[in-house]
Design a protein around this ligand. Structure first.
Ligand code: AMP
Ligand code: ZN
Length: 113
């Protein structure tokens, strides 16, 4: 999608610190980290919010979880990590291309605000 910043990262039109990539998923560092480890996991396919998910997209969510575990293992995060996604305005979604935040490296508070 033309004006989507995460599609531009997928298409290498703007730079990002990519830590993992496969056919379906891209994982890169959040530009404004809120924890010692703060990564974003996205499907390469442009899907604005969970409300736009189609049946055929269901496997992408599994791919994202598998990528999260792969990256967490590779980064020594067995003590734990948080995987969260903000859906729409009230949840604070700013980029309308589905993404999960993987946060780790410190004790994370619950519940979030
Ligand atoms: P959300 O509020 O859940 O939509 O989160 C969007 C996230 O994208 C924020 O944590 C931003 O810091 C992050 N972000 C925005 N632009 C970029 C970028 N160009 N590269 C990496 N992370 C970004
Ligand atoms: Zn996009």
């Amino acid at each position: 999608m033309q004006d989507c910043i995460f599609c531009k990262i997928v298409n290498k039109e703007i730079p990002a610190e990519v830590v993992y990539e496969n056919d379906a998923v891209l994982v890169f560092k959040d530009i404004r980290p809120a924890a010692p480890v703060h990564l974003l996991l996205i499907p390469k396919k442009h899907i604005p919010t969970f409300f736009n998910l189609e049946e055929e997209d269901a496997h992408l969510l599994g791919e994202i979880h598998l990528a999260a575990v792969r990256v967490a293992r590779g980064s020594g995060l067995e003590k734990g990590f948080r995987l969260v996604s903000n859906c729409n305005e009230d949840a604070g979604q700013l980029v309308f291309h589905i993404h999960y935040h993987l946060m780790a490296g410190r004790k994370l508070h619950w519940p979030p605000g």
